[in-house]
Design a protein around this ligand. Structure first.
Ligand code: TNX
Length: 538
């Protein structure tokens, strides 16, 4: 087995062959060999997130052909779905027909890719897997289907990046091979998340699905959707229809906004479920509520609806916390969204409330916590909720670099780490970044990667940490291309912080591994930032 120092040496010592690809989604031309030797570095040593253990195999690589069957443990529909995902990925590159996917009847035939569940293998945990590649077979074993899915994401990174082109065609000159290896892997943290703010600027269902695709390539398993803020309400609530009919029709800068119908939201939830990713809905309250206050006058203490808002100030809006109608409204909203959300969480925001006294704020959050619980969900809130009387199941999302959720942790709360000066993807990379904000920091690729959850906050031990989440606020993001530019490459680093053991993480090796991912992003059409911190191979 190699340790990370050896991996760093291997990666630094050779040059990855470049694949000639343009920006358009068509078959890449073969790269001309450069003068001198250009050796293909094994993808075993460019995996992100770095697996717990990687050992190079002795034999030659496993060849994937049009005849390679994908076989799965019998009686498990999730494995058949994962098999089809893999078959679709390899797609037409291996031959005119997709690879066959079938449930095993006996033992796996020679030359197959086997996806197996073994629930006796408790050492693999809820999301771990073993991947063995020999010249004769590829075998992925998980204790759960989720583990198998993550094993397939690793296999995906071992396959050539050009498979990701939509228009790829079979070509005998381009063999598809997987290097021989044994990998044993499981995540460090249960919560490996990203957040999209669809309120300040709206992104549609297809954009969100694309983001889910890109996150799951890096084994992330939570997508938090910030569904309501001052600038727009983005999810249909049937009992309060003006929220979207009126409150959803603007965004920062005054554009047309938009919203998810309940069917559209359900479609996102299902898409996530199929990829073992849980959607976490957030309705921010009692502040950040201008879109709701503008839609329904009765939610305001003076009974007067303010105009819609398309600026970027924060802290001016607040629900009337003394009126019963406010809680009837919240109950309806939490009930409808919870009914569409199979995941166990409901995020209530709770940040940046400048217009309430501390006791009034605490009373409000405690009452809302009861509503969330009555609809069967666990409450999550930004770190302003830490001093409040929280249930043991409630979760605090740390975001303000100078604050600590230690008080809540002392009472048993769990914490999601989203320190704004490390993982806020809306922070500019440097002064010259054309979009993004800089109130928390400029966050270069190295700064976003080189920190550790266990040592970030004193008084918050690793046992209190559920995991990490990278928010992408959208004040300056008008399109999916903008979102990708700020998310990539930094979100891959957050995924590794959430998944990989601390001893496998080291910046100088990471930047070399990251460099190899540009080829896959190009094939996927990702608009990533070519940070000068990274020796891009492509
Ligand atoms: C702070 S993070 C906010 C958001 C802004 C973000 C911009 C948080 C809980 N509140 O309302 O969009 O900064 O970086």
């Amino acid at each position: 087995m190699r340790n990370m120092k050896q991996i760093a040496w291997v990666v630094a010592g050779v040059v990855v062959a470049t694949i000639g690809v343009g920006a358009c989604a068509k078959r890449p031309a073969r790269a001309a060999p450069a003068p001198g030797s250009r050796t293909l570095v094994s993808p075993l040593f460019t995996l992100i997130p770095a697996p717990s253990r990687v050992a190079e195999g002795k034999g030659g690589p496993f060849p994937v052909t049009s005849k390679t069957p994908i076989v799965v443990s019998p009686g498990n529909a999730r494995l058949l779905e994962i098999g089809r995902f893999l078959s679709d990925l390899i797609g037409p590159a291996a031959g005119p027909d997709r690879l066959r996917v079938e449930a095993l009847t006996g033992s796996a035939p020679a030359g197959s890719i086997a996806l197996l569940v073994n629930d006796a293998n408790t050492a693999l945990g809820d999301e771990g897997y073993e991947l063995a590649v020999t010249p004769e077979a590829v075998t992925i074993v998980g204790r759960t289907a989720a583990g198998v899915f993550y094993g397939v994401q690793t296999l995906r990174q071992l396959l050539p990046p050009w498979l990701e082109y939509e228009a790829v065609r079979p070509d005998a000159d381009w063999p598809i091979t997987v290097p021989a290896a044994t990998i044993t892997d499981q995540p460090r943290f249960a919560w490996r998340g990203a957040m999209l703010d669809v309120s300040r600027h709206f992104l549609n269902v297809d954009d969100v699905k694309r983001y889910i695709d890109l996150l799951t390539l890096y084994k992330m398993n939570r997508l938090h959707l910030h569904l309501a803020d001052d600038q727009g309400w983005r999810i249909e609530i049937k009992s309060w229809p003006r929220l979207t009919e009126y409150g959803g029709r603007t965004e920062v800068g005054g554009g047309p906004g938009g919203f998810f119908t309940q069917d559209g939201y359900t479609n996102i939830v299902k898409y996530g479920q199929e990829r073992f990713l849980t959607i976490v809905p957030e309705i921010d309250m009692p502040g950040h509520t201008n879109a709701a206050l503008a839609s329904y006058a009765e939610l305001n203490c003076d009974g007067v609806a303010p105009p819609l808002y398309s600026g970027i100030e924060v802290g001016f809006s607040v629900f009337c916390v003394d009126k019963d109608v406010t809680y009837r409204f919240i109950d309806d909203v939490v009930r409808e969204i919870s009914g569409l959300t199979p995941g166990p969480y409901f995020h209530v925001g709770g940040d940046e409330v400048k217009k309430l006294t501390a006791p009034k704020y605490a009373q409000f959050i405690e009452r809302v916590q009861g509503i969330v619980r009555s609809h069967g969900k666990q409450m999550i809130g930004w770190d302003e909720i830490s001093p409040v009387n929280l249930l043991p199941t409630s979760i605090v999302q740390h975001w303000r670099p100078d604050s600590t959720p230690a008080a809540a942790v002392a009472k048993g709360a769990k914490v999601i780490l989203s320190p704004a000066n490390k993982v806020y993807l809306d922070m500019k990379y440097h002064r010259g970044t054309p979009i993004g904000l800089n109130w928390a920091a400029y966050i270069g690729v190295e700064a976003g990667y080189s920190w550790d959850p266990a040592t970030l906050l004193k008084d918050v031990p690793e046992t209190a940490i559920l995991g990490v989440e990278a928010p992408l606020w959208s004040e300056t993001i008008a399109t999916m291309a903008d979102a990708e530019y700020l998310a990539f490459p930094r979100v891959a680093g957050v995924a590794e912080i959430g998944w990989s053991p601390a001893e496998r993480r080291e910046w100088s090796a990471y930047r070399e591994r990251l460099a190899a991912h540009a080829a896959r992003w190009s094939a996927l059409g990702v608009n990533f930032y070519r940070s000068p911190d990274v020796p891009w191979r492509h």
